[in-house]
Design a protein around this ligand. Sequence first.
Ligand code: FAD
Length: 477
Amino acid sequence: NPILLWFRKDLRLDDNHALQSAATSSRPLIPVYIREPGVTERGPLGGAQEWWLHYSLAALQIALDAVGSKLILRHGEALTVLEKLVKETGAEAVVWNRRYDPAGVEVDTQIKKALRSKGIEANSFAGQLLHEPTRLRTGTGNHYKTYTPFWRAFEQSGEPPFPIEAPRRLLAPGRWPQSDSLDAWSLLPAKPNWASEFADIWTPGEAAALDKLKDFVDGALNDYAIGRDFPDKPATSLLSPHLALGEISPARMWHATRGLPDKVGTDNVVRFRKEIIWREFCYHQLFHFPKLRTANWNDRYDDFPWLSDAKRLKSWQRGQTGYPIVDAGMRQLWRHGWMHNRVRMIAASFLIKDLLIDWREGEAWFRDTLVDADPAANTANWQWVAGSGADASPFFRIFNPVLQGEKFDPDGGYVRTFVPELSKLDSKYIHRPFEAPDDVLKRAGIELGRHYPRPIVDHAMARQRALAAHASLKDDG
Ligand code: FAD
């Protein structure tokens, strides 16, 4: 009798433990992806990621066809769908890879129990992370609350498991169950097509992810430790959206850098690995504090006097704040579904500290617009910037958007790409157009307030206001 392989955020054949176990069971395999209602509405999958999901599922269908299998698409509550499929196909077992977001964990626990109570085998496997979030513990048996000891514990725990190769052939059932049509799921945006540029930038799917990893390791990794902070340089891996839907495993990424330090420099390899471990640390936080998306990790921030300011929130979302580096980042996000990490920090700091808008507003916007939206990395990073998170950046570290722009985009190349109305502005003023003399603006064809906004807030005033708001909080402990 067949075995059902339930795909979720692990849309790959490579290094897929559930797949491996099913493939070696010598039972016919029925791969299924279920569009769960909680995951498709206002849950973790936003609009941009649905675009990605469409193409990722299409790529998975092709990859499965190539090994003699198929992908069955169904929609509905996962347990109901799985039970129906078990009945239709006579399957005796269901396998999947574990997920670690709170809603997912809850659903999975119930499903496992319900299936087993009916005599159906149900097994789950690791693979979304390098280590299960329960594995690394402090000396006192607690989970880690700071990154550096977490990283050290990780280093001392030995090499993470080696990735396993994709199976070459899968055993097909005698009869395939019926499948939904991917197009009928309407994951792609209707009019207006706000994702029109995505396909120029991205190729979803496992094959593209593995190619990208290879290109990165052979190229950009050579300059990663320094280059990763400059948004105008192609110095990072751009693998985050692939990781977010599990088209590539972190173990595959980790081990791709084995033996490389001599070639590309230890700094570059260690720095890259440290970022992969930041992702693990975010999941560690989410797993041990399931309310991470809605509640402050540090409850001292619960009384923070946030401002409710729909107009400025909209200016920030649309990239119309009058601070070029922030606007470039927010427009990159809208156009490409992705934003460079350095600029994510600057844009997030601007929303939280210059506009005093609740970090949860920013998290929600990113969740809807990022192709790499991740329930752990997004929330943990927003809380990191807000100062309320685990091992967070201190609140008083308030980025000056002009100085950050000048430091990390010194020639203004990034701003010119995403804020084209400033493209002819002298480099000296590219990050501070509001200080440019009239003749300089005129030469660049810019009338402030008409072609490009004046700053929606004065940074020096905003900084003082943020510090005062923070000082109003009760002290820790
Ligand atoms: P690389 O520099 O090549 O890094 C390799 C991998 O390491 C990334 O793909 C990612 O999985 C991981 N990584 C790198 N930096 C971080 C980090 N700070 N935290 C956790 N993991 C990290 N990342 C997401 O994947 N999804 C999100 O929803 C997300 N939201 C963010 C929100 C804010 C406010 C900030 C400041 C950062 C956020 N990040 C998020 C982290 C980071 O910006 C992205 O992971 C990174 O920009 C992805 O680009 P890359 O793959 O080229 O990264």
